[in-house]
Design a protein around this ligand. Structure first.
Ligand code: ASN
Ligand code: ZN
Length: 333
């Protein structure tokens, strides 16, 4: 039957009013973005397996911003996949999670009041629960980018999801979650160095994680220490998230997009930020060129210094900032 590329309009719960890639199939629009590898978004309708049903609509106007409308979570998930696809393509020249031009897919409304989202290598897909009371779906832009980045990591360094490599795997997802959110920064969701702040997962307005001082969440570690490898990977990510923040913005008090940060250093020495764009390039090159499944924190220091040498030259101020930022999280030479 007749199929055509369209641009729909949608209202998500977290992203506000957005445009999304859709397909007109016959007389029905679908959440199928053929301009980005054919990314489809499905409604699991409370199920926990298979693909449920592809979201369809008669007028290409999707969701209403409220969780009671089934399309709303679909809009945010579809938009998150789109923004993440565009980020990797336009910033890093990566054509999809596997760099093969083919999209993953998204499933929303997983289970009942399920408070998580996850990437799966086996389905090559992202899945989102509806959150507490089925009213706080885990479909914010940063969470979508976090999950999609697990796919990128699996298909590049393939950092083993335990011990220090697991912390680096988690940090990679948080780093590119922040990067995507900054790149698609909107009034509804300004870019920041917090993860999951729109979900209100703790019920008190605090985010899942902070990058400027990870210990603000009560569990994450700010600095490397010899026992870090036995910490849950969502908390052993802390030193690498902190490294990325310091490398981007520098130490001390800063305000970015109206949010105040005050990032400490282990060694008490100041770090001068090189800007987020350069820090992103360094982490991406390290991830895709130098890190392997067993890379630990010491190896991440070496990998990012090699990447900085390739991109900016050994001994440059940018290269030296990478070394300083690692020292600031207690990963020494
Ligand atoms: N949402 C979690 C994450 O992506 C799921 C997990 O624990 N792997 O980290
Ligand atoms: Zn994760």
């Amino acid at each position: 039957s007749y199929e055509a590329v369209h641009t729909g309009t949608g209202t998500g719960q977290y992203n506000g009013s957005v445009t999304i890639g859709t397909t007109l199939s016959g007389s029905t629009y679908q959440l199928n973005d053929t301009t980005r590898g054919g990314h489809k978004t499905y409604d699991l309708n409370g199920g926990s397996s298979g693909t449920g049903t592809l979201f369809t609509d008669a007028d290409d106007v999707w969701g209403n911003g409220l969780p009671s409308n089934r399309q709303t979570a679909g809009v945010d998930a579809h938009y998150g996949a789109q923004a993440t696809w565009d980020y990797y393509k336009n910033v890093h020249g990566r054509n999809g999670i596997r760099n093969d031009g083919k999209a993953a897919y998204s499933r929303v409304h997983y289970g009942n009041a399920y408070v998580n989202a996850f990437w799966s290598d086996s389905c090559f897909c992202m899945t989102y629960g509806d959150g507490s009371g089925n009213t706080k779906p885990l479909t914010s832009l940063d969470v979508a980018a976090h999950e999609m980045t697990h796919g990128v990591t699996s298909n590049t360094a393939n950092l083993t999801y335990s011990g220090e490599s697991g912390g680096l795997n988690e940090a990679t997802s948080d780093i590119f979650a922040a990067a995507v959110e900054f790149r698609s920064s909107s009034a509804a969701d300004p870019g920041d160095y917090m993860v999951g702040e729109k979900i209100d997962i703790n019920g008190d307005g605090t985010p899942l994680r902070y990058m400027d001082k990870p210990s603000k969440d009560g569990s994450s570690k700010d600095y490397w220490y010899s026992g870090l490898g036995s910490v849950d990977v969502h908390y052993s990510s802390g030193p690498a998230n902190h490294f990325f923040y310091l490398l981007s913005e520098g130490s001390g008090a800063k305000t970015v997009n109206g949010v105040s940060y005050n990032s400490p250093t282990y060694d008490g020495l100041p770090v001068t930020g090189i800007g987020r764009a350069n820090a992103e390039k360094i982490w991406y090159k390290a991830l895709t060129t130098y890190m392997t499944s067993s890379t630990n924190y010491a190896g991440a220091r070496t990998a990012t210094l090699s990447a900085a040498a390739d991109l900016f030259g050994s001994g440059t101020a940018t290269y030296n900032a990478v070394a300083d930022a690692w020292g600031a999280v207690n990963v020494g030479a």
